[in-house]
Design a protein around this ligand. Sequence first.
Ligand code: FDA
Length: 503
Amino acid sequence: MKPSHYNYHPTFPLVFAILLAFSAASTAVAQPHDQFLQSSIRILRFDTETTPKPLVIVTPLLASHIQATILCSKRHGLQIRIRSGGHDSEGLSYVSQVPFVLVDLVNLRSIDVDVESRVAWVQSGATVGELYYRIYEKTRTLAFPAGSCPTIGIGGHLSGGGYGVFHRKYGLAADNVIDAHVIDANGRILDRKSMGEDLFWAIRGGGGGSFGIVLDWKIKLVPVPPTVTGFSVTKTLEQNATQLIHQWQYIAHRLPKDLFFLVTISRANETVQATFSGLYLSLVDELIPLMETRFPELGLTKQDCTETSWILVMYMSQFPNNTLESLLNRTAANKTWFKIKSDYVKEPIPESVFAEIWPRYFNEDEGRYGSIVLVPYGGEMEEIPETQTPFPHRAGNMYKIIYTIGREEEENLDFQRYLSWIRRFYEDMTPYVSKSPREAYVNYRDLDLGMNNGSGITSYAEASIWGLKYFKNNFRRLVQVKTLVDPQNFFKHEQSIPSLSSW
Ligand code: FDA
């Protein structure tokens, strides 16, 4: 991972020749390695017989293999899709409607943790689980503020922001990136200095797949106490869940930065339940009096809390019988047919919404497979300026809503009705969430918000339909950077940043 690692390599011509052979035989579609392809697909709706497959999957071992793939794909007019962890919720990292080459970074996943300098270099193909494991292996008092699902890939995650239990204290994963290596559309390897501050700004939150292939990231590690407190309390509608959720809105974003406290709402048997859970960066004896003062109605007790390390708070419930080595397993255990949508909330939602609309949706048959998560903002998220990175959802946001629906695999599954459920739910929330634009999180990719023109030429106005929702006014700067660094729009997908010189 030293810069020299990324120099030109003698295997370049060999890879180039192999790729040429593939593309020359473009009528004979190369069969992807099924087992491998499966292992990186998190969302089953893109794992069907009719899902378009790549002409070839390249699993580079060296940067030069990526350089060769870019140049070869360009020469043969093929599109490239880039996959790190394969969690893109619309499958944009491995599905394309035009002939394409899949660059899967699974073999580029080394992690180099420097405890003394509190930094790490992590390659894009690593997962956040691998990163957390490698940090924890070396020290109990440093962590990295990123997402909680262990199989998410570093490449896509940091490209779109990356929030988790520490974002109220330390900001997003992308806020803690201090250098990176990117291969651009000309096959050049650039670091922060050589790419310049505009491109370095764009890759930290502007969404993956638009500017180049990020090889690795230099990240700042953040201090954490060796012992923290995790907690979880579940209340049903009959136990006042509605009132508690309504109250939570006024409290969670104003709590001290050391306390992260979210709500997960789902159906439970014949009722609806809300689980209030979180992580406090100190001991239980401090947490209980704090909660008694700020949210006495929840009735948090010591029995609801566990004092342990930050990594166990995050993963204890997921791997109760396993060891932390499970974090090194890249294959997601719970693959489902899945759809996700997101919203931002700036004013408290009236209690009637939680009392009438939400239980109605959860009582529908499809609602058994849905869930809503309310993720608090405030803290550091309030203080980082909206333009510091492309991720614009900062001051003024009380919390984010995540809507999901996920069905396990089943023969003749009619997923359309589950899609309809989540889309109706989202539509009914319109009056209560952010407006002009209705903001959304780019890492919860949602093609319902709009798509680039299939011809490959999309105007600023067309792309603004989805672009302003993800990036607000930062979208304009993202388009400017894209136009400069990839004027021919080589790196593209259904929601990639358009280049103005391509139309
Ligand atoms: P994937 O490989 O599918 O890539 C996503 C996008 O980035 C694609 O457009 C791809 O082309 C591009 N890309 C990938 N690698 C790249 C590279 N090296 N250079 C340039 N572009 C690249 N988010 C969050 O913030 N906090 C969370 O807790 C969670 N939790 C979560 C759980 C589950 C189950 C899912 C499915 C998703 C999340 N997410 C999340 C969302 C997650 O952050 C988002 O899907 C990321 O883009 C996933 O990154 P991957 O590398 O896994 O995706």
